[in-house]
Design a protein around this ligand. Structure first.
Ligand code: PLP
Length: 369
C-alpha cells in the first residue's frame, strides 16, 4: 500500500502543482490540530504552538541550518514582500531588483510593487537562458541590490546554477534570494551550503505538505540587519508581553512571522516533511530519475529526441508544438493527470508513482514504435 493518498484515475503526474497527501499527514491533522481544539478549545494553543516548532524543526532537519533560521509564511510571494520591506534604507546607487523573466509571475508582481520603495525591477530576457552563469555574471551589475534566483523554473524544468550565482552575489555585495518552490523535496538540498542569503519556499509541491505552509530561511548572520514592517505579536521577542508601547523584534527569523499564526498548514506540513525525511530526498530523486528513464525508453523514438536536453528538477516539460492536440487527447483518454503551459505539457514523477505509471504514460503517447 502506498504511503500516499493518490487521487483515483490514471497516473498522477501533477506534483509540480500539488504533491499527493501522505497518509501520516492526514492523521496528524486530526491528532495534532483538530482533537486539541475539540478537547481544549483556547487551551489548545500550547499544543498548537508546539506543532509550529515541529514544522521549523522538520525544515531544519531536511534542509539544514537551525530552526531559528526558519519562519513560517503563507506563501513565497508574501515572504518576498516582507523581505523587501525589511531591507535597510541605506544603499545608495543600488536600486535594482534582478530576476529572470521566466521567474514565477507572482514573485515578479511583488518585485514590481517595490517600485514604491524606489526599487526598480530588471528582468533577464527569456531568450537569455537563466541557467547560464555568464548571463547572470553580466546581469549582476553594480546597481543590483537583490537577485531573485529561481532554482528550478516551473515551465521549463531548467535548473539555475544557484551556488555559482550566490558566489557572484556575495563578491559583489548583492543580496541573493533563492526560490526553491520547484526544487525542495526533489533535488537534494542544504540551504546553508547554497551560499545564498535568503531562501523562500513552500510545501505544496514536492514536499507534499499542502497549501499554506510557506517558509523563509534567513542566513543567521543577516537576521539582525532585517527589520520587517509587516509585523504582529508573534514577531515580538516575547509575544505574551502585551505592552503596546514596547515592540522588540524576535532575535531570530520569527521576526518575519506576524499576528495570530495559522496552525493547520504547519501541522500537515510537519508530518509530510518528516515522512519525506524518512523516505530520503536522495532516494526520491533517484526514483524520479529511474521513472524518467523508463518513460523515455518506452516513448516513440521520434519523441525521445524532443525531450529536454538540459539539467532539470523533477518535472519533464515537453514542448508539443503542432502535435499538442493529438498528444494531450491521447493522454487524457488514458486517464493520466497532467497539465500544460502554452504548448508545453508537464509530467512529474514523485514517490507516489510507480514504474507502471511511467510505462502507461509513455504507451499512451501517439507515434510510430
Ligand atoms: C517556481 C515557483 N515559485 C513560486 C511559486 C508559488 O508562489 P506562491 O507561493 O507565492 O504562490 C510557484 C508555484 O507554482 C513556482 O512554481
Amino acid at each position: 500500500m502506498s504511503s500516499f493518498l493518490v487521487p483515483p484515475g490514471g497516473p498522477y503526474l501533477l506534483t509540480h502543482s500539488v504533491g499527493c497527501l501522505p497518509r501520516v499527514a492526514r492523521e496528524a491533522l486530526d491528532v495534532n490540530f483538530l482533537r486539541p481544539w475539540a478537547d481544549r478549545g483556547g487551551n489548545a494553543w500550547p499544543d498548537w504552538l508546539k506543532q509550529v516548532d515541529e514544522f521549523r524543526f522538520a525544515l531544519a532537519q531536511l534542509f539544514g541550518g537551525t530552526p531559528a533560521e526558519y519562519c513560517p509564511q503563507s506563501n513565497l510571494s508574501s515572504g518576498l514582500s516582507k523581505l523587501l520591506l525589511a531591507l535597510p534604507d541605506s544603499h545608495v546607487g543600488k536600486q535594482v531588483l534582478l530576476a529572470a523573466e521566466d521567474s514565477f509571475p507572482s514573485l515578479g508582481f511583488v518585485l514590481q510593487k517595490a517600485g514604491r520603495q524606489g526599487l526598480e525591477t530588471r528582468l533577464i530576457p527569456r531568450a537569455r537562458v537563466p541557467d547560464d552563469i555568464d548571463t547572470w555574471s553580466q546581469a549582476l551589475t553594480a546597481d543590483v541590490r537583490v537577485a531573485l534566483v529561481t532554482h528550478v523554473h516551473s515551465n521549463t524544468g531548467r535548473v539555475a546554477p544557484v551556488e555559482a550565482i550566490a558566489r557572484l552575489c556575495q563578491e559583489r555585495g548583492i543580496l541573493c534570494v533563492v526560490d526553491v518552490a520547484q526544487s525542495a523535496g526533489i533535488l537534494p538540498l542544504r540551504f546553508p551550503a547554497l551560499g545564498a542569503d535568503v531562501v523562500l519556499g513552500s510545501c505544496i509541491k514536492w514536499l507534499c505538505g499542502g497549501p499554506g505552509a510557506g517558509f523563509l530561511w534567513i542566513r543567521s548572520g543577516l537576521i539582525e540587519d532585517l527589520q520587517p514592517v509587516d509585523v504582529g505579536w508573534f514577531s515580538h521577542e516575547d509575544p505574551f508581553e502585551m505592552d503596546i508601547h514596547s515592540f522588540r523584534y524576535a532575535p531570530d527569523a520569527r521576526r518575519f512571522w506576524g499576528g495570530t499564526p495559522s496552525v493547520a498548514p504547519c501541522v500537515i506540513a510537519a508530518a509530510s516533511l518528516r515522512h519525506l525525511h524518512t523516505l530520503g530526498v536522495e532516494a526520491i530523486h533517484a526514483h524520479n530519475r529511474r521513472l524518467i528513464g523508463t518513460f523515455k525508453e518506452a516513448l516513440p523514438p521520434a519523441w525521445r529526441a524532443r525531450l529536454p536536453a538540459w539539467p532539470i528538477g523533477g518535472t519533464l516539460c515537453i514542448s508539443l508544438g503542432g502535435e499538442f492536440d493529438p498528444v494531450t487527447r491521447s493522454l487524457e483518454q488514458s486517464g493520466a493527470q497532467f497539465d500544460s503551459r502554452g504548448d508545453v505539457i508537464r509530467v512529474s514523477f514523485h514517490a507516489c508513482n510507480t514504474e507502471d505509471d511511467a510505462l502507461r504514460v509513455a504507451r499512451a503517447w501517439p507515434g510510430d514504435r
